[in-house]
Design a protein around this ligand. Structure first.
Ligand code: GLU
Length: 493
């Protein structure tokens, strides 16, 4: 069976940090386009100029690239259906608004904001849902043209039919029937000549040949309006897919702005840029996001290519998805362990460098296999492995005292360990571990007492990768010198 190539788009507004909702939509768009041999497009919806936040358009492009969701057409790379930034498409929207006016499907509205506010208050008083009261719906077109020519401020509104019902079909939710009288005469073109979402998105999706519109379920409310606009133009409808909403981590209630602030305090975030900075990997984030709204088993580990292989819009789900950051940790760890030593080294190197460590590749390639198992985020490379790149370490003297012993006894143990290690023929775990175990036996102590002390002495910390492997990387000379120094510390306590 041949599948028709899909053209999909993600259409974020550059009004704030790029969040998981946009990223997940982009992921599904990308998967559908790649699965069918089609194209994935980035369109910037910036017509609400007062809400535009400088820098966020770039953040969206960087975020998509970081995730590996390369778009085929977009504002910075162009394409055959551009421009891809809505403020660069004003003329297109104005021409389309005029088309609807000419067809009798839209009308110029001269109501002032003050009048509209008054109407709204009256409706509120009478417990009516706020809606346009129809004042300008039936102004004679010649009179309207005259007023426009005279420079009177106006918007263009959609002339929603008053009778009948609209059946809008969502691929996941089926037919949605709405009485037309409940649908407002929404503004399509504002008095500044810029379109609202309702006009701009419908025009662009058509002009850009979009076959599947995947978007957030917050658009379900105006979905019947959108279907009417598309039909008024006489265009074919795309396949509409309203994705599931995200719930709070507790599963109770929709995710709010406040939840985003709380998450950051806990070392998590719902913003793509933060997730990157917190040390999450694109692979982990993608896998985690993919499963929030796609009906595959929750523990499925998938690369982007495997997702393309398995993706199918019929298995997207409409049911809400709770944000579970523990699962993000899980998938991130799993994907870190799937990286080759070279890849993981390349990812952690800038983290070490930024933290001020001087990283030498030879050491780094030995460190990576030792820390890989323990990393949840890439940033964990610092607590688990930063000490490998230090010339010297300065442990907390208290940490040097072995459990159940005092400082002097600990100094004795350290001296014996030093002598055993100084005598091993080769500086490898295979050569150093057996005589050290024999020493533990001989002293009648526990391995944790002896190895713990040595660990603190040579790494400067109580938790580290496996001791003998770590000592091999640090080198004999440095290890012995550090144990000597620890003995000195213990003796002076
Ligand atoms: N600009 C809209 C938003 O950010 C896009 C919705 C859509 O994908 O159509 O919510």
């Amino acid at each position: 069976m041949s599948i028709k190539p899909a053209r999909t788009r993600v259409a974020p507004s550059p009004t704030g940090h790029m969040h998981l909702g946009t990223a997940r939509t982009a992921l599904y768009d990308y998967l559908l386009a790649k699965k069918t041999g089609g194209q994935f497009i980035l369109r910037i919806e910036d017509t609400d100029v007062s809400r535009t936040v400088p820098g966020t358009e770039q953040e969206i492009m960087d975020g998509l690239r970081w995730l590996g969701l390369e778009y085929d057409e977009g504002p910075d790379i162009g394409g055959a259906h551009g421009p891809y930034r809505q403020t660069d498409r004003r003329d297109i929207y104005q021409a389309h608004a005029k088309m609807l006016v000419d067809k009798g499907a839209a009308f110029p509205c001269f109501c002032t904001p003050e009048r509209l506010e008054h109407v709204r208050q009256e409706q509120q008083k009478h417990k009516e849902n706020p809606h346009y009261d129809g004042t300008c719906r039936n102004i004679d077109p010649a009179e309207a043209a005259h007023r426009i020519a005279a420079g009177e401020k106006h918007t263009i509104r959609f002339k929603m039919p008053h009778d009948g019902i609209t059946i809008a079909h969502d691929h996941l939710r089926g037919d949605i029937a709405t009485e037309n009288k409940l649908i407002n005469d929404y503004v399509l073109l504002k008095s500044d000549g810029l379109p609202t979402y309702h006009l701009a998105a419908m025009v662009d999706d058509h002009e850009m040949g979009i076959t599947h519109v995947l978007r957030g379920s917050e658009w379900l409310g105006t979905f019947p309006l959108h279907v009417n606009i598309v039909r008024a133009f006489g265009w074919d409808e795309p396949i509409w897919i309203h994705l599931s909403v995200f719930l709070k981590p507790s599963g109770k209630g929709k995710l709010s702005k406040r939840d985003a602030t709380t998450a950051i305090k806990d070392g998590y975030s719902v913003f793509v840029k933060d997730l990157h900075e917190l040390g999450f990997t694109p692979e982990g984030v993608l896998n985690w996001m993919a499963l929030m709204g796609w009906g595959v088993p929750e523990d499925d580990v998938m690369s982007l290519d495997q997702m393309i292989e398995r993706f199918d819009i019929d298995s997207l789900t409409a049911s809400p998805a709770a944000i579970n950051f523990q699962k993000l940790d899980h998938f991130n760890g799993v994907h870190i362990r799937l990286l080759s030593t070279e890849e993981l080294a390349a990812r952690v190197k800038p983290i070490y460098t930024q933290a001020g460590f001087r990283v030498e590749d030879g050491t780094l390639f030995k460190v990576v296999p030792l820390i890989r198992e323990r990393l949840v985020t890439l940033d964990d490379c610092i607590p688990f492995g930063g000490f490998f790149f230090l010339e010297d370490v300065t442990p907390d003297p208290q940490d040097l005292i072995a459990k159940g012993l005092d400082a002097k006894q600990s100094a004795d143990v350290a001296r014996k360990a030093h002598d055993v290690l100084a005598a091993v023929p080769e500086w490898t775990p295979a050569a150093s571990e057996p005589p050290m175990r024999a020493l533990v036996e001989q002293l009648g102590l526990g391995p944790n007492q002896v190895f713990g002390l040595v660990r603190v002495a040579v790494t400067g910390q109580k938790v580290s990768p496996p001791l003998f492997e770590s000592m091999e990387v640090i080198g004999r000379e440095k290890c012995l010198a550090r144990i000597e120094k620890a003995i000195g510390t213990l003796e002076s306590m």
